[in-house]
Design a protein around this ligand. Structure first.
Ligand code: 13P
Ligand code: SF4
Length: 314
């Protein structure tokens, strides 16, 4: 089927089944176009939780569909391709976290949403890149914290809050490959641009001081989640931006701001997992109601507690 036919078939089936299609900001442009909600990890978890649809097609990666299944156990949550995983979520297992907790029995565990349901079930709090600082600040100030699994986000939180945060050495292979040299080169090439950087980025640690101070080589720097970048650009008077995250976000940035210019910090920063979702697979997912993602209730109820603590912060 061609693009327009696929679009019509998906729309028709979606309405007939009363399904909700969610898409992450890194999805292919045509997948973003067909979705009811496009957003970052926090916005999509919130959209799943408040929806009355009984069927959700999650155009994102596995931990996102799992999060929706935990929050909405009564809904059927589908992931169009089960191979859509996440290298960051794979960097820690529940068993590894249990061993780490045993070494720090008084610590509170904060897990980034990019984790498996089993890891979430071992955690006290979940956070996303949009609310991580708020979550840390909701915990008593002298409390020891174990932060899993992203070391760059954790190091940034430690620097921002001055809190006793221990870091798990996990990373996202897409963001970790963004190096300080890439930042220097991109900013030199675009002298008028502001710099927006995702806290998962590998260049974060070496440019941490500059990021916290708000400028690098005279360029204004803003650390934000993907939706945070969209909000920032909407209200900024600047016309050019270097974008330090996965390149899928540039589509939405350009759509929403046709008169502004966006440059990828690293044009080859492509998440192979996010790009596994295609319109063909979305149609097949709706037709055959595959692949349903479920979480056993004994894990889900503990993970839900940690997720709801985060959602209650707003
Ligand atoms: P956000 O869209 O929540 O900022 O997360 C980025 C990411 O890498 C999701 O996998
Ligand atoms: Fe995971 Fe990184 Fe892909 Fe996000 S960009 S889904 S953190 S591998």
């Amino acid at each position: 089927m061609r693009g327009a036919e696929l679009w019509t078939a998906i729309t028709e089936l979606k309405h007939r089944k009363g399904a909700l299609i969610l898409a992450h900001n890194y999805q292919l442009p045509e997948v973003q176009q067909i979705a009811d909600v496009v957003g970052d990890s926090l916005a999509l978890a919130q959209a799943a939780a408040r929806s009355s649809a009984e069927l959700i097609v999650f155009c994102g990666v596995h931990f996102m569909a799992e999060t929706a299944a935990i929050l909405c156990p009564e809904k059927r949550v589908l992931l169009p391709d089960l191979e859509a995983g996440c290298s960051l979520a794979e960097s820690i297992t529940a068993e590894q976290l249990r061993e780490w907790k045993a070494q720090h029995p008084n610590a509170v565990v904060v897990a980034y949403i990019n984790t498996s349901a089993a890891v979430k079930a071992e955690s006290d709090w979940i956070c996303t890149s949009a609310n991580a600082r708020k979550v840390i600040e909701a915990i008593p100030s002298d409390q020891e914290i174990l932060f899993v699994p992203d070391m760059f986000l954790g190091a940034w939180l430690r620097a921002q809050t001055g809190r006793p945060i221990r870091l798990w050495m996990g990373e996202c292979h897409v963001h970790a490959a963004m190096h300080p040299e890439d930042v220097q080169a991109a900013l030199a090439e675009h002298p008028e641009a502001e710099f927006l950087i995702h806290p998962e980025c590998g260049c974060m640690s070496s440019t941490l001081y500059a990021c916290s101070a708000g400028t690098i080589n005279g360029h204004k720097v803003t650390v934000a989640s993907t939706d945070g970048m969209l909000r920032y650009v909407r209200s900024s008077a600047a016309e050019e931006f270097v974008i330090g995250t996965e390149v899928g976000l540039l589509y939405r940035l350009q759509q929403e701001n046709p008169h502004k210019r966006f440059y990828a910090l690293k044009p080859d920063a492509v998440c192979p997992y996010m790009k596994r979702i295609t319109l063909d697979k979305v149609l097949r997912s709706l037709e055959e109601e595959i692949y349903r993602v479920t979480v056993p209730e004994e894990i889900a109820h503990r993970a839900r507690r940690a997720l709801q603590r985060m959602l209650a912060l707003g």
